[in-house]
Ligand binder design. Sequence first.
Ligand code: NI
Length: 172
Amino acid sequence: MATLTIIVAPDPRLKITAEAVASVDDDVRGLMDDMLETMHAANGVGLAAPQVGVAKRVIVIDVSNPDDPPQPMRLANPEIVWESEEMVGAEEGCLSLPEHYADVTRPERIRVRYLDGDNQPCEQEADGLLARCIQHEIDHLDGTLFVDHLSSLKRNIILRKLSKSRKQLAPA
Ligand code: NI
């Protein structure tokens, strides 16, 4: 396993539409394991392949409490097949938008269809943090960041701050 570099916005690689995988083979499984290691190292609860520069429809999630045993989820080609009419707002962050948080409104419950780490077709209903996390990560596969759900004013403030802090970090 290896820790990968997480791309920070604004970056064109975060705006692409990722390609479906043909199947979850050893390469995809290796990517999923590297992504889980990267996500855990960064104290994240979800990570999508485009965030590590891979344009594939692969996401990993672990919403378990830090004090409990990890519950890693590996999802390829995830697709939301049902969502509740009830919407709920909650604060979101993103490893590609470090140190920025905002309220995002999304369907409260969803049903997601995907291939798991053993290439088995699965369907799962989710609510709460898991439902929110799955929707946030699937957004990444279509080039959507959580700030894209905000007003353009709020979005531009966050993206401008990130651009500015990157310029300060960059070597002269
Ligand atoms: Ni994110």
